[in-house]
Ligand binder design. Structure first.
Ligand code: HEM
Ligand code: HEM
Length: 152
């Protein structure tokens, strides 16, 4: 397994631990429900999304039979996603107490989280399409003169 797949799975578990701990705090101390936005983004962007990223980077190349389009982008994605979520959660935690002054923190974390998502979308999209050379070979194997039934 590539290090970034394993790292996504482990960071997903770590975010799950942090997110559910905050959930437990919120359910025992109702004042803490002001942190619910941080709580559910830790669980949804942290636990759920990162579990999906880790599994997808491992499984999708095997499903389609081509290597991942760009390993470097997946490596960068792990760093971007985790740093971004740490900043975004900090912004969400600060918002109820310091108000609009927390906005830049939330904005930086939110923008970086979106950048991470774009890296994933691009890399998986291109992996599904496969390498250009393979697509060309497949096209050559299936000239347009063949009956329609024999084509994809
Ligand atoms: C030990 C596990 C968990 C506990 C104790 C917990 C507890 C809580 C509490 C106390 C609230 C605040 C409810 C309120 O505002 O009155 C909340 C909100 C929320 N939690 Fe959790 N939670 C847990 C796990 C999760 C997980 C795993 C997810 C998602 C994958 C999640 C998603 C949400 C969402 C979306 C809200 C916001 C609901 C809303 O604002 O309407 N929680 N949770
Ligand atoms: C780039 C990633 C994301 C960013 C920057 C982001 C940002 C935000 C912001 C700023 C809010 C409003 C919070 C507030 O009311 O103070 C919000 C709400 C919410 N987000 Fe996200 N989010 C992201 C991804 C996600 C994902 C992946 C999920 C679910 C899988 C999700 C689920 C929710 C939910 C359920 C709400 C609450 C809606 C409501 O109660 O009105 N978010 N998000």
């Amino acid at each position: 397994m590539d290090w970034f797949s394993k790292a996504f799975l482990k960071s997903s578990l770590a975010w799950f631990g942090i997110g559910t701990t905050l959930g437990a705090v919120m359910s025992t101390w109702p004042n803490a429900t002001m942190y619910r936005t941080a709580h559910f983004h830790m669980n949804l962007l942290g636990f759920v999304s990162m579990m999906i990223f880790g599994v997808a980077y491992h499984v999708i190349p095997r499903f389609v039979g081509h290597p991942l389009h760009r390993r470097r982008l997946a490596e960068a994605h792990w760093w971007v996603a985790n740093i971004a979520l740490a900043i975004l959660s900090t912004g969400f935690m600060l918002m109820p107490t310091i108000g609009a002054r927390a906005f830049p923190v939330q904005a930086v974390g939110g923008t970086l989280s979106a950048v991470g998502a774009y890296l994933f979308i691009y890399n998986i999209w291109r992996t599904l399409d496969g390498p250009k050379i393979l697509r060309r070979v497949q096209q050559q194997k299936q000239p347009s003169s063949l009956p329609l039934l024999q084509r994809d």
